[in-house]
Ligand binder design. Structure first.
Ligand code: GPW
Length: 840
C-alpha cells in the first residue's frame, strides 16, 4: 500500500497535512488571499458573508490534499468502490463539519479573531444550506456519506445538483407559504465543477434493429433529445482521517453542437428555448416526501442522473484498462429507494448496446453489483410509471424491462406451474387499469440484496410488501437499521454535552459510540446528573432565544420542551399531538389539570405543496398556538410554537434542546425514522408507538426508559380488517368529544366553523391513520410524562441512559453492516507522505 506522495502530483506543494497549513496563521493567510484574489474584497470592508466565503475557501484548500490522495487510492487500487445512488443528499451546512473533521475549529476561531470576529457562530450563521432533499431519506444519504469517509471506505455519492432545493417555508396567517430556495445565489464555495468529465444522456426517440459487423441482429436506441450532465463534486471528509470521498452531483446542460450550427440557422431563439428546456432537468427538487407524483420530468431526472453515474463508473474502468466484464468487482451500486431503480435497465442497456456484451453475462454483472434499499410500505409512495410515458421517454429501456420480465416470469412458471395469479402479482408490469412499470419490482428482481431500514420494517417488507419475492429469494432479503452521524448530531450540534462526554469517557466516543455505555455508571451520581442537566439547559436557552427571534414567542427554558420535528404527514400524526394539546388546554381552563409540569410544545416541518391535509394540519397547529399563547390562563403552563422552515441547520439547534421526543406515527407506517435517534443521543426521552426504529430504541434503552403508547401494527391491522370505526373510540372518551366540539365551534379558527372541517371529517369519518384509536392512550401517557417531569433526578437518570444506550444508532454501525453483509468492501486507509524539508 504505497503512500500518496504529495510531490508527484503536486509539484512544489506547500501543504503538509500533518504539519503545515492547519495553524491559525496559515488559515489567516489563506483567508486574506481568498478575500483579495478570489472574492475581490478588502479585509477592512469584509462582511460576515465575505468572511464565511474566505474561510470556506481556505478550508476547502485544506481538504484538497486528502481529497486528491483519496481519489488516487480509489483509482489505483483494485478494490471495490461503493456507489451510493440517491435522488437526494441533504448535506446541511459544510463549514463547521469540515472544521470538526479536520480538527481545526480552534484555529479557525483564532484566525477569525484577527478579522475582528469574536465568535465562529456569527460566521456559521450566514451559511446557506443546500436543501437537496426532502427529509429523512436525503439526510440518511448524507449521514452515510460522512460515515463511509470516516470509516475510510472508498465511496462515491451520485445525485443531482438541483438549482432550487426544497422550498423555504414561511408561515403567513398560520398557513404555509412556499418560497423558492436560491441556495446558490451568494455563491457556494464547496463544489468543484468538472466539465471535462461530462456525460451525454438521451431521451425519447425510438429503437431500431440493425445488423452488427458479424451479421447479427441487434437493437439500438435512437434518442430524439440529449442533455449533458456536468459533474459538480463536493469533497466529503471523514472524521480525523485522510479519506475524503466524493459526492458527485450532476447539473444538466444543453447540448449545443447541433442546435447552434446547421439545424437552427435563422432560428437562434428557438435553439435557445431548447437549451433552456434541457437545463430544466436539474432545475428543481420535487418537494414530495414519500408520495409518488408520477411526473414526466421526474422520470427524466431519475434517468438523467442514473445514466451519467453509470457511464462515469464504466468510464473509470476504461481509463484503467479494466474490462467492463469486471464491473461488479470494482463497483457496488446501492439504490436509495426506487428513485434510481432505472439503473437496472440502464446498466443492462449500456453493457449490451454500448459494450456488446451478451444478455446472460450482462445480467450477471448487473445483479451482482446492484442492491436496493426500500424506505416505505405506503402504497402511495411506491413508484409506478405509466407504460405510455415510459415508452415515450425511454423506449429502449422498456424493451429491456420486457425482456427482464419475460425471463423472470419463465422462471416463475417453472416454479409455480399453472399459477397465473402469482405471475400477475410479481410481474414488473402492472396490468391493472392503465398499465404501468412497478419500480420496486424492477429493483427487487435486479438486485442481489433488498433491505429495509429498521427491524420491524424489514420484517413487514417480507410479510406484507413483497411476500412472494421473499419466498422466492429468502437470501436476498435483509435488514440494516438506519443510523445517524454522531459528528454532526452530537459533536457539532451539542458542544456542551460533547465536552461532558469527553470528560467522562474520553474523546473516542465520537468514532465509537458504544463507549457511551460507560455513562451508565453515573446514573445515580447526583453531581453528574446535575452537569448533564446543565448541558440540556444550555441547549434550551439557545432554542428559546431562537424561537423568540423567529416567532416573537417567549418560552421558558425551564419548562418541559416537547418537540415534534419532521415532515408534516397524516401518518406521522402531528394532529394527534395537536389534539392532545387541546385536551391539556381544556383541563387548565376547567381547573381540572393536575399540571405541575409547564410545557412548551414545539413543532417544525414542511408539508408537500400539493398535500392539502398536511397544510391544513399546519394551519391547525398555528390556530391552537394563537389561542393558547394569548390566553393569560395558560401563562407559565403551556406554550405552543410552530417553528418555520425546519431544516438541517435548525435541527442542530432543536435536538440538543429537547426533553421529550414525539415519535407517534401509526404503527407500521414509519419505515424507520431517524430523528428519534438524534433526540435519544442528545438525552431526550421518547413518547412513541411501536413503529420503525422506535421498537429497537425501546429495546436498547429498556422499556422503563421509554413512554410507550398506542396500538401495535398487528392491532392496527386487526382494526382495519374489522371495519374500524373511529366513532366507537370517540364515544368512549368524553374528553375527546370536548376537544372535537371545541374545534367544531371554531374556537381555534376565530369562529370559522368551516376551516378545520376537512380535518375533523377525516378523523371522525374513516380516520385512515387511527388517530382516534390511539388518542386516549396517548393522553394518559402524556400525563405520566408530566408527573415524571417533577422528579427531576429520575428524569435526568432516564435521559442519561438514553444517551448512554443509543450508540447503536451511529451511522458508523449501519455502514459497517452494509459493508460486511451487502457490499463486501473493507476500509482502505489513505496514506500521505510529504517531506516538508525536501520541498522548501
Ligand atoms: F418514500 N423516506 C423519506 F420511501 O424521507 F421513498 N422520503 C421518501 O421519499 C421515502 C422515505 C420513500 C424516509 C422514511 O419515511 C423514514 O421512515 C426513514 O427513516 C427515512 O426515509 C430513511 O430511511
Amino acid at each position: 500500500n504505497e503512500p500518496f506522495d504529495l510531490r508527484l502530483p503536486t509539484p512544489g506543494c506547500y501543504l503538509d497535512p500533518e504539519k503545515a497549513g492547519m495553524d491559525s496563521d496559515a488559515l489567516f493567510k489563506g483567508m486574506t488571499e481568498h478575500l483579495f484574489f478570489t472574492l475581490g474584497k478588502l479585509a477592512t470592508s469584509a462582511s460576515p458573508h465575505d468572511l464565511y466565503m474566505a474561510l470556506s475557501y481556505a478550508v476547502k484548500d485544506r481538504l484538497m490534499t486528502r481529497y486528491l490522495a483519496s481519489q488516487e487510492v480509489i483509482r489505483k487500487k483494485p478494490q471495490k468502490t461503493v456507489a451510493y445512488l440517491s435522488a437526494e443528499f441533504l448535506i446541511g451546512p459544510q463549514l463547521s463539519n469540515n472544521l470538526l473533521n479536520l480538527g481545526i475549529t480552534k484555529e479557525a476561531e483564532d484566525a477569525l479573531k484577527r478579522f475582528g470576529i469574536e465568535s465562529l457562530s456569527t460566521i456559521l450563521e450566514v451559511e446557506e444550506e443546500p436543501g437537496l432533499g426532502n427529509g429523512g431519506l436525503g439526510r440518511l444519504a448524507a449521514c452515510y456519506m460522512e460515515s463511509l469517509a470516516s470509516l475510510q471506505v472508498p465511496a462515491v455519492g451520485y445525485g443531482i445538483r438541483y438549482e432550487f432545493g426544497i422550498f423555504n417555508q414561511l408561515i403567513r396567517d398560520g398557513w404555509q407559504v412556499e418560497v423558492t430556495d436560491k441556495w446558490l445565489k451568494g455563491g457556494w464555495p464547496w463544489e468543484l465543477p468538472q466539465p471535462d468529465e461530462s456525460c451525454f444522456v438521451g431521451f425519447g426517440g425510438r429503437t431500431e434493429s440493425y445488423r452488427d459487423d458479424k451479421g447479427k441482429y441487434r437493437s439500438r436506441w435512437v434518442p430524439s433529445e440529449h442533455a449533458i450532465g456536468v459533474p459538480h463534486d463536493v469533497p466529503v471528509l471523514g472524521y480525523r482521517v485522510n479519506t475524503c470521498d466524493r459526492l458527485r452531483l450532476w447539473r444538466a446542460d444543453a447540448t449545443e453542437s447541433f442546435d447552434f450550427y446547421a439545424f437552427n440557422i435563422g432560428d437562434y431563439y428557438g435553439a435557445v428555448e431548447e437549451k433552456v428546456a434541457s437545463e430544466t432537468l436539474s432545475k428543481v427538487l420535487y418537494p414530495n416526501d414519500g408520495t409518488d407524483e408520477g411526473r414526466r420530468l421526474r422520470l427524466k431526472q431519475q434517468h438523467f442522473f442514473v445514466s451519467c453515474s453509470l457511464q462515469d463508473m464504466l468510464r473509470s474502468l476504461e481509463k484503467r484498462s479494466i474490462p467492463v466484464t469486471e464491473f461488479a468487482n470494482h463497483w457496488t451500486v446501492q439504490l436509495n429507494d426506487t428513485h434510481p431503480a432505472i439503473a437496472v435497465a440502464e446498466l443492462m442497456r449500456l453493457l449490451i448496446d454500448q459494450y456488446q456484451i451478451g444478455w446472460d453475462k450482462a445480467w450477471n454483472i448487473t445483479t451482482s453489483s446492484v442492491a436496493y434499499t426500500n424506505h416505505t410500505l405506503l402504497p402511495e409512495a411506491l413508484e409506478k410509471w405509466d407504460l405510455s410515458l415510459f415508452s415515450d421517454l425511454l423506449p429502449r429501456h422498456l424493451e429491456i424491462i420486457y425482456e427482464i420480465n419475460w425471463r423472470f416470469l419463465q422462471q416463475l412458471r417453472l416454479r409455480y406451474p399453472g399459477d397465473d395469479k402469482i405471475l400477475q402479482k410479481l410481474s414488473i408490469i402492472d396490468e391493472e387499469g392503465s398499465k404501468s412499470v412497478r419500480m420496486a419490482h424492477l429493483a427487487t428482481i435486479g438486485a442481489h440484496h433488498i433491505n429495509g431500514v429498521a427491524a420491524l420494517h424489514s420484517d413487514l417488507i417480507k410479510r406484507q410488501l413483497l411476500p412472494e419475492f421473499a419466498e422466492l429469494w429468502p437470501e436476498k432479503f435483509t435488514n440494516v437499521t438506519n443510523g445517524v452521524t454522531p459528528r454532526r448530531w452530537v459533536a457539532l450540534a451539542n458542544p456542551s454535552l460533547s465536552n461532558l462526554l469527553e470528560k467522562e469517557v474520553g474523546p473516542d466516543w465520537i468514532t465509537n459510540m458504544e463507549l457511551l455505555k460507560k455513562l451508565e455508571n453515573k446514573k445515580d451520581d447526583a453531581n453528574f446528573l446535575q452537569e448533564f442537566e446543565e448541558t440540556k439547559l444550555r441547549g434550551k436557552r439557545k432554542l428559546a432565544s431562537f424561537i423568540h427571534t423567529k416567532t416573537g414567542i417567549l418560552v421558558d427554558p425551564s419548562s418541559l420542551f416537547d418537540v415534534q420535528v419532521k415532515r408534516i404527514h397524516q401518518y406521522k400524526r402531528q394532529h394527534l399531538n395537536a389534539l392532545q394539546i387541546i385536551a391539556q388546554y381544556l383541563r387548565i381552563k376547567n381547573g381540572t389539570s393536575n399540571y405541575k409540569a409547564p410545557r412548551t410544545v414545539i413543532f417544525g416541518g414542511k408539508a408537500a405543496p400539493g398535500y392539502f391535509m398536511a397544510k391544513l394540519i399546519i394551519r391547525f397547529i398555528n390556530g391552537i398556538a394563537d389561542v393558547v399563547n394569548s390566553d393569560p390562563d395558560m401563562e407559565g403552563l403551556l406554550r405552543v410554537v410552530f417553528l418555520p422552515d425546519y431544516n438541517v441547520k435548525l435541527g442542530e439547534i432543536v435536538y440538543p434542546a429537547t426533553d421529550l421526543s414525539e415519535q407517534i406515527s401509526t404503527a407500521g407506517k414509519e419505515a424507520s425514522g431517524t430523528g428519534n435517534m438524534k433526540f435519544a443521543m442528545n438525552g431526550a426521552l421518547t413518547i412513541g408507538t411501536l413503529d420503525g426504529a422506535n421498537v429497537e430504541l425501546r429495546d436498547l434503552v429498556k422499556k422503563e426508559n421509554f413512554f410507550l403508547f398506542g396500538k401495535t401494527e398487528s392491532e392496527i391491522m386487526h382494526l382495519k380488517n374489522n371495519s374500524y370505526s373511529p366513532k366507537t373510540f370517540i364515544e368512549k372518551c368524553p374528553e375527546l368529544q370536548e376537544v372535537i366540539r371545541l374545534i367544531e365551534i371554531g374556537h381555534f379558527s376565530n369562529g370559522d366553523k368551516e376551516l378545520f372541517k376537512p380535518l375533523l371529517n377525516s378523523l371522525t369519518g374513516n380516520d385512515p391513520f387511527f388517530v382516534m384509536a390511539d388518542f386516549e392512550d396517548y393522553l394518559n401517557k402524556q400525563d405520566e410524562v408530566s408527573n415524571f417531569w417533577n422528579n427531576k433526578k429520575a428524569w435526568n437518570k432516564m435521559a442519561l441512559l438514553n444517551t448512554a444506550r443509543s450508540g447503536y444508532f451511529s451511522s458508523d454501525r449501519s455502514i459497517r453492516e452494509y459493508c460486511e453483509s451487502i457490499w463486501k468492501v473493507s476500509p482502505m486507509p489513505v496514506e500521505i507522505t510529504c517531506d516538508i524539508e525536501e520541498i522548501t
